[in-house]
Write a protein that binds this ligand. Structure first.
Ligand SMILES: [Zn+2]
Length: 437
């Protein structure tokens, strides 16, 4: 037992050096503070001062912190908050639940990342004729190296391309340490570094929108906060046209504090801002989005592909832990709708989201006129009119008559609505961005 203890001298969760308990399900050694949280989640905890029988000792010798963390944290992205970094009670609770109960990072999360052989698939620009580049490849790495070494054909300012560089052509001189590595760097470590880079390129660049309480000079004001591309924008409300102020993500130091409940702390050269929410999970989600954005900008810098945004979506909360979360947009188009009190039929702009069907008087309106909540039991019915008809029914809390602009659009609505309802029956499909599939 002493040998096992000396191999597990630091807490598996917070890395504290005073280990006094062990989790008998995962075989991890813990400090007293983390052990308390494990007990809170009904995980089987034993004190190390207990007596262990041979079977238990054999189990512990085969498990241990390193082994468990390797499998439980295989998909842990570098921007996720850890109790090692923030020794807060709230973070410990969140961490133990995410790591052991939900096992968010335990799955092989990078299955979709293509594996590229560093030696193959190199392309280079052979010559440019009448502004048309003539591209050669794929060639082996040795061939690129040979052409460069010969110095008569490929030079430092030549352009080359390999999948590990993401999406664009790179100057050969920038890739020299991969093409002609020094003897100090092993091929395996270059491979690993490139694969890591590919994984990062595979992450969606985060964006976040939602209400937060901004605390500034001891006053607390509710603000609509948007993370978009490289900017954090603070609006008076979610229907405001222009932000009150904005910060560049590169200029902001992002951290968490725990003075009066968990809060985001943003520090710029001239200003300190604190943002809070009554929900701890919401603060953590914001922290991950902001930290991920600044991390990706730092490591991938100029070859990061910024996605296109629908600016109308800036007014919709996409913080999944918020009460205001409406879900992702699935479909949108004009529909005619029968009023619920007056049976008059009016055209409205409809937006289908994972949580419900929203309608607006005008397409550009920031606030919806109303929302029809979808339930797993909601039914979509198409009349058995022999003539082609644009009419269909949504049967939920009430019966709603709807008309699409044409038969083709009606069919599209029926398919999308049925998919959205089917997804409500299977909540796993509504993924959190933390589960990095
Ligand atoms: Zn600990």
């Amino acid at each position: 037992m002493d040998a096992i203890r000396s191999q597990n001298s630091h807490c598996a969760d917070c890395a504290l050096e005073e280990v006094d308990s062990v989790n008998m399900q995962f075989g991890v050694f813990l400090c007293q503070y983390c052990a308390e949280v494990h007990i809170h989640f009904n995980l089987p905890i034993r004190k190390l001062s207990d007596n262990f029988n041979d079977e238990e000792i054999s189990f512990l010798s085969k498990s241990g912190n390193q082994k468990a963390n390797l499998s439980l944290l295989i998909g842990l992205p570098p921007w996720v908050v850890t109790p090692k970094k923030y020794n807060f009670d709230s973070i410990r609770h969140w961490w133990v639940e995410a790591k052991y109960i939900k096992a968010i990072w335990a799955r092989e999360s990078q299955k979709n990342v293509p594996k590229h052989d560093l030696n193959k698939f190199w392309f280079y620009i052979d010559e440019v004729t009448r502004e048309q580049p003539k591209i050669k490849g794929p060639v082996m790495r040795q061939d690129i190296k040979k052409l460069f070494d010969e110095g008569t054909y490929l030079f430092g300012n030549s352009y080359i391309w390999h999948p590990v560089y993401g999406h664009k052509w790179t100057l050969l001189e920038k890739a020299l340490d991969i093409i002609t590595p020094s003897s100090a760097v092993s091929d395996a470590s270059i491979h690993e570094a490139c694969q890591k880079r590919l994984q990062l390129l595979n992450y969606p660049y985060p964006h976040a929108k939602g209400h937060l309480e901004m605390i500034h000079k001891a006053r607390s004001v509710k603000k609509w906060v948007v993370l978009l591309e490289r900017k954090i924008m603070v609006f008076q409300s979610n229907i405001s046209q222009y932000p009150e102020f904005e910060l560049n993500i590169e200029d902001v130091e992002i951290s968490l504090t725990e003075s009066n409940g968990l809060a985001l702390f943003l520090q710029t050269r001239t200003n300190d801002l604190t943002f809070q929410s009554p929900k701890m999970e919401e603060v953590i989600e914001w922290y991950h989005a902001l930290h991920c954005a600044s991390y990706l900008l730092m490591v991938l810098s100029d070859d990061l592909m910024m996605p296109n945004y629908d600016l109308a979506e800036l007014h919709i909360c996409n913080i999944q832990n918020s009460n205001e979360y409406m879900g992702e947009k699935i479909h949108e188009a004009v529909l005619k709708k029968e009023g619920s009190i007056w049976k008059s039929v009016r055209s409205r702009w409809f937006v289908l989201r994972t949580q419900g069907l929203y309608y607006y008087i005008n397409r550009t309106d920031k606030a919806p006129r109303g929302m029809i909540k979808l339930y797993p039991e909601t039914k979509i019915e198409v009349g058995n009119d022999p003539k082609p008809s644009n009419h269909f029914l949504l049967i939920g809390e009430k019966v709603l008559h709807l008309w699409a602009e044409n038969v083709h659009q009606k069919e599209e609505w029926v398919v999308k609505l049925n998919q959205a309802i089917a997804n409500l029956k299977n909540p796993d499909i509504q993924r959190n961005y933390l589960t990095l599939n």
